[in-house]
Design a protein around this ligand. Structure first.
Ligand code: NAD
Ligand code: TYD
Length: 364
């Protein structure tokens, strides 16, 4: 392997690596076979799923460079010794669903703000050790953030220099987390980078989110609860493209900088639902117009020219990515049926029972 191909950060701590995007990052980085070693730290909340890491754990070569630790990023006793072992921390761990943040905000503050603080403190300690010559360099810290920190963007595209105007407990907690990260760059001179990704979709996506919820409900001919008029707009980014962007920023990002990761696939929710029903061969009559999400952000859109200038491009066109995703859910019914049992039913009833009981025809 040439020096150019050798990773700058060969030992990684990936927090939240049993979730949707984190597990894709772990699978894809280990599959590069460039010698990178990964420790995953994951609390295994309802969103963590060890099966997402099966492709790694069932391959002896990949498994030899992988370790799984169950634990909380907000637990300093767990975090500190792990950070001491690595060259970089990539923080995916978060409570990640807006609707759950509206039902129960507290867990979002604990993980998305306090958890980030605990991780940063562990990195600060390692920087002090590096200054004393006890390790070669301080760890790099990459915070995985979201376009939702910009708030609802009625027109144009958010740039990294725009102000943050989060409007849900989820996006407010994520904004708090990334502002802390920035403060550690300014105050302690730590090596940090931040990514802000668009709405991500693809295989292994928890069925609480729009695309996998609607695919799996439609497979079972269940109703599809469309919030409000369904004309809200999101920019869709394929999961492997998002994970690739995070790897690119980890390697090439300038310390202290933030990078938008856009998919450049802006669609209304109605357009997304129309496309996935066509892929599944299911009728629009499954769609129900239900009571809107409170404070529902109307639109997200970002300009990611800064990241493109750093050499990243997204590869997956939306229609192809959606068809791939639909096929994956059709082929992995055991995976999502296991998730849609137990606690899931309580959540589903809390979120949707009244909405569906008072729903109306969505009209095409
Ligand atoms: P996810 O909900 O699928 O996974 C989150 C993972 O974090 C789970 O494995 C969970 O068990 C773990 N976790 C939660 N709390 C933890 C804690 N206190 N300690 C350790 N582990 C904990 O989320 P995702 O969709 O993969 O998102 C990953 C990251 O990307 C999040 O930070 C999210 O804010 C961000 N993001 C997501 C999207 C998206 O569309 N999904 C878009 C942009 C940014
Ligand atoms: P979601 O997947 O929750 O992502 P986010 O809120 O982070 O953008 O929702 C995507 C869009 O789909 C958003 O406008 C809300 C809408 N939506 C529905 O209409 N019905 C649903 O049941 C869900 C989960 C989302």
């Amino acid at each position: 392997m040439s020096d150019a191909q050798r990773p700058h950060f060969p030992r990684l701590l990936v927090t939240g690596g049993a979730g949707f995007i984190g597990s894709c990052f772990v699978r894809d980085v280990l599959a590069r076979k460039d010698g990178t070693e990964i420790i995953v730290l994951d609390k295994m909340t309802y969103a963590g799923n060890r099966e997402n890491l099966d492709p790694v754990e069932s391959d002896p070569e990949l498994a030899a460079r992988f370790r799984f630790v169950q634990g909380d990023i907000a637990d300093a006793a767990v975090v500190a010794p792990l950070v001491a072992e690595v060259d970089a921390v990539v923080n995916f761990a978060a409570e990640s669903h807006v609707d759950r943040s509206i039902l129960d905000p507290e867990a979002f503050l604990r993980t998305d703000v306090m958890g980030v603080h605990i991780l940063l403190e562990a990195c600060r300690l390692e920087k002090e050790r590096a200054l004393k010559g006890e390790r070669p360099a301080a760890p790099r810290f990459l915070q995985v953030s979201t376009d939702e920190v910009y708030g609802s963007v009625e027109t144009g595209e958010s740039r990294e220099t725009d102000g943050l105007e989060p409007r849900s407990p989820y996006s407010a907690a994520k904004a708090g987390g990334e502002l802390l990260v920035r403060s550690y760059f300014v105050t302690y001179g730590m090596d940090v980078v931040v990514t802000r990704g668009s709405n991500t979709y693809g295989p292994y996506h928890h069925p609480e989110k729009l695309i996998p919820l609607f695919i799996t409900n439609a497979i079972d001919d269940q109703q599809l609860p469309l919030y409000g008029d369904g004309l809200q707009r999101r920019d869709w980014l394929y999961v492997a493209d998002h994970a690739g962007a995070i790897g690119h920023v980890l390697e090439h990002g300038v310390s202290g900088e933030t990078y938008n990761v856009a998919g450049d696939n802006e669609r209304t929710n109605r357009e997304v639902v129309t496309a996935l029903l066509a892929d599944l061969g299911k009728p629009w009559s499954l769609v129900r117009q239900v009571q809107d999400r409170p404070g529902h952000d109307r639109r997200y859109a970002m300009d990611s020219s800064k990241l493109r200038a750093l050499g990243w491009t997204n590869k997956m066109p939306f229609e192809q990515g959606l068809a791939t995703t639909v096929d994956w859910y059709r082929d992995h019914a055991d995976w999502w049926r296991a998730i849609k049992s137990g606690d899931w039913k309580d959540y589903y009833n809390r979120q949707y029972a009244t909405r569906l009981a008072t729903s109306s025809e969505a009209g095409k």
